[in-house]
Design a protein around this ligand. Structure first.
Ligand code: 5AD
Length: 481
């Protein structure tokens, strides 16, 4: 395999860059030096990394919505409407752009103009191009992040970073496995090495750009060790290309102890692996995603899900929380619904802020469990790659050592089966080929057996199905009726 975890050579990068910039006409407006100047002229208050660093110092959890519509003016109005209710802003990119279908995005823009409303599910930043993207950044006081789901996000990165966005979400694994069916993992990882290298070039010029691997993956009963393993790998890949500001993410599972432990373990493991790889000059923060699975349609019930996620984010000490809306079950939120999600979140964060979750041996035990699981998986990843984490990651997916539940990618084994235990923590029902220690597997089985006993049924796939729909039907655990 040619792909390795090595900093891309400058010559090769520049040659590739010339090709990337030609894939759509707006690429020609981007000039790296001009992008650096523009970034350096931004006030500190608009730099994502500054706001994150301050929150880390203050022990505060920041809030961030998702939001994006087809047209520039409407997108600006939307973000200006949300800005007073949150700490960090997004620009959520539409599905055509995520697939590099810029012709389709162009049609979507035209049809949106004609319809007088957005007919895209996000902001098509590549089609709008550099100047229009700068209009977005300039219309706002708070930092803006690009949030998407793009296996090949090279041109999107070139345009938005030169336009003054100060954070970039995604990664070669986390924006492939849960999003694409047939994109080879080697290819998406290679394309994300490009994105990370680009961020690294800005860093070399004194421009700090936050990089956030997408934590929740499929958002469906993902055990913490699975998403943590991927997050740490993507963090390592980003650091290797010269990124310096990393936010590792995790999607709420629903059990208080497991979720608090997961954020703690994520932060500690992040430092452990980054330092072991020889990195010390980096900033690390965490993001907690409010429940990413199915939501109740009833808006009052949806607010309870949002509130619970907000409370846990604050108690866990996450640096930021990504906020859902009461429209989650229906589809794209109105701007009012989006603001309601933020307001509910802010109320909860403000009430929980000063409270500290007490030292607890139960949380401690869960932290240790997650750490042992991640270490077992990552040890195998490094072994499979003969020490190279990129080679190892690709082989680990082939071997089912890295296995994301309910992900569409054909290169993902899909053999690992999670299920909730009797308190709603996500446990391993079937490990597939994931190399967890025997005593860890025995513990998971024990916890699942407890639930099976309480429900008077044998552990079976039906439990998993029941769990997937439980929260949308107002429960955490999918109990039999
Ligand atoms: N505006 C608001 N929310 C969005 N999501 C996706 N695109 C947008 C957008 N343009 C949300 C979905 C889901 C999550 C994955 O992202 O509603 O909550």
């Amino acid at each position: 395999m040619q792909l390795r975890n090595q900093k891309l050579e400058m010559d090769a990068f520049l040659q590739e860059r010339a090709e990337v910039m030609q894939t759509w006409p707006t690429g020609k407006d981007v000039d790296f030096e001009d992008g650096v100047r523009y970034q350096l002229a931004l006030p500190d208050s608009k730099r994502f990394s500054n706001v994150l660093a301050k929150a880390e110092r203050d022990g505060k959890t920041l809030s961030q919505p998702r939001a994006g519509v087809a047209l520039v003016d409407e997108h600006i109005k939307l973000l200006q409407f949300l800005e007073p209710s949150c700490d960090l802003l997004p620009t959520t990119i539409d599905a055509y752009t995520r697939l590099n279908h810029y012709e389709k995005a162009a049609e979507g823009i035209e049809r949106s103009v004609a319809a007088g409303t957005s007919l895209l599910n996000g902001f098509p930043a590549v089609n709008h191009g550099l100047a229009e993207c700068r209009c977005v950044v300039e219309a706002l006081k708070k930092p803006v992040q690009v949030r998407h789901g793009t296996p090949d996000a090279r041109l999107l990165g070139e345009i938005t970073l030169a336009a003054g966005f100060t954070a970039y979400e995604g990664g070669g694994i986390s924006y492939n496995i849960p999003y694409a069916k047939k994109v080879p993992l080697e290819r998406s990882i290679r394309h994300w090495q490009y994105c990370d290298r680009l961020v690294g070039l800005y860093e070399e010029r004194g421009v700090r750009i936050n990089r956030e691997p997408f934590g929740p993956l499929s958002g469906t009963l993902v055990p913490p060790f699975v998403s943590h393993s991927v997050a740490i790998i993507e963090g390592l890949l980003a650091l290797q290309q010269g990124c310096k500001c990393i936010t590792l993410g995790y999607g709420q599972a629903g059990n208080l102890v497991q979720d608090i432990a997961a954020i703690r373990a994520l932060r500690e493991l992040g430092h452990e692996y980054f330092r072991a790889a020889g990195f010390d000059d980096y900033a690390l923060s965490t993001v907690f995603h409010q429940w990413m699975g199915g939501f109740p349609e009833n808006e009052a019930m949806a607010f309870a899900v949002i509130g619970w996620g907000s409370a846990i984010a604050a108690l866990a000490g996450a640096t930021k929380v990504i906020v859902k809306t009461p429209h989650e079950a229906i589809g794209m939120p109105t701007k009012e619904a989006n603001k309601q999600g933020l307001d509910a979140t802010a109320q909860m964060l403000n009430m929980v802020r000063e409270q500290v979750f007490p030292q607890s041996p139960i949380v401690e035990r869960e932290v240790e469990l997650i750490k042992r699981e991640v270490r077992a998986v990552l040890a195998k990843v490094f072994e499979l790659g003969d020490g190279d984490v990129v080679v190892g990651a690709v082989r680990a997916f082939e071997a089912g050592v890295l296995d994301v539940p309910f992900a569409p990618a054909t290169c993902n084994a899909g053999k690992l089966l999670p299920v909730r235990d009797n308190e709603g923590a996500v446990r391993i029902f079937e490990a597939g080929r994931v190399p967890l220690p025997d005593d860890v597997l025995a513990y998971h089985s024990e916890k699942i057996a407890e639930r099976a006993k309480a429900e008077n049924r044998a552990p079976a796939f039906q439990m998993v199905v029941d769990d997937i729909y439980a929260i949308s039907k107002s429960k955490l655990i999918g109990r039999p009726r």
